[in-house]
Design a protein around this ligand. Sequence first.
Ligand code: DQA
Length: 146
Amino acid sequence: MADTRKIYVLNGPNLNMLGTREPEIYGYDTLDDIAERMEDAAHRAHVEIDFRQSNHEGHLVDWVQEAHREGAHAIIMNPGAYTHTSIALHDAIKSITVPVIEIHLSNPHTREAFRHKSYVGMAAKGTIAGFGAMSYMLALEAALEL
Ligand code: DQA
């Protein structure tokens, strides 16, 4: 029987530049490559993926609230630099019951000090970081188990 669980995958600023953006840190996969891989895995697992990217903080807040209203199963979120600055995203995540899995391609803890604090991580169910594009796939596996 078809599973109607829907998982939002929300990507923050500059992640539309993946593939050419600092590839020594973020790799050569584009966001479309990652979306395609996730769609395939989601199809096999009979769940629905809603994959989005925005450079605007408010869009991400709106989408977190939308996921809640729509009764999403989980949110997988790479908030980009908003990870380290956004109390609005922290509050949005705190406002909902949908579990949020924070992800990063790189491991922010091995990088500049300003990346060591995560306002999103402080509100998220868990964090997966440092595995490149595989962070997305690992998060999907985790989301399926929730
Ligand atoms: C990132 C890490 C952030 O510190 C950075 O601002 C990004 C990408 C990652 O996926 O490794 O934009 O979220």
